[in-house]
Design a protein around this ligand. Sequence first.
Ligand code: AMP
Length: 310
Amino acid sequence: MIVVDTVDELRQLSDDARRAGRTVGLVPTMGCFHAGHESLMHVARTECDLLVTTIFVNPLQFGADEDLDAYPRHVERDAGRAAAAGVDVLFVPSTDEMYPGGVRTTVHVAGLAEGLCGAARPAHFDGVTTVVAKLFGIVGPCRAYFGRKDFQQVQVVRQMARDLNHPVEVVGCPLVRELDGLAMSSRNAYLTEEERASATVLSKAVFWTSETVVRGERDAVAVAEAARQVMRLEPGVVLEYVEVRRAHDLAPIVQLDGDVVVAVAARVGRARLIDNCSLAITGDDVLVDLGVVAHRPNRQPFQGDIACSA
Ligand code: AMP
């Protein structure tokens, strides 16, 4: 694995690979790797010849009152995990390398980026799309892998790639969970032991909600209320939103039909956490996608995250 920190090196390596007839896979991240990140690398590894992963804690996607400074950074440990996952090129640029002279040009995806997480974090998706557009511009034609843990992000980035004619195929990959259901996140490192226990209420809400749909509930208000009821079991968890949306454009719906996402966001201590599940509904039939569980033998579910905050 080669570690590079300049745009020119990354561009050169990607161009050289394609010139040699090799396909390129891209996994953009902010580092502090867990099994969720690694799952993207594993999928990309099987589908592409040159596997590029990037680590950049992108200041542009953090609000002024958010956790940019506190965000966990473990580049050396990440490099070991990336190499083990078969990454060929690890790109770890500085902020100056990504935004020399500051930020002048930004990318905004109207509509998709504005509801759900975009409502509470108004500049967040512009930060994401700006940095991802830059990575797409640097790496060039490739397949780019994103996790459905950040369901809205996948849709926003996919729309951006279409609208800006990026020669990039955006691939959405399954949400990866801890053994007890908690969606893996670098921000789980912020949780105390007690908060960590309460945080499972997000996945419980999502699981229970999918169960109500499987049992026949199709009214969006009732489905959202089912999730809220579960969230109330943990008064220390501050609910930000429960939304039931059409999957492809995240439009609000009244009745559940076709491809639907149920998304939850909440604050647990100083962590803002999100979760979701996808439902494909045809008449009485419901296909439920709750993601996958990372099984790590000989490790307690939470140990990786504690190590991450050390
Ligand atoms: P981040 O480092 O948090 O910006 O995430 C980098 C990529 O990893 C994004 O595409 C995320 O959606 C993805 N990712 C993060 N956590 C998970 C998870 N638990 N399951 C699947 N993908 C994830």
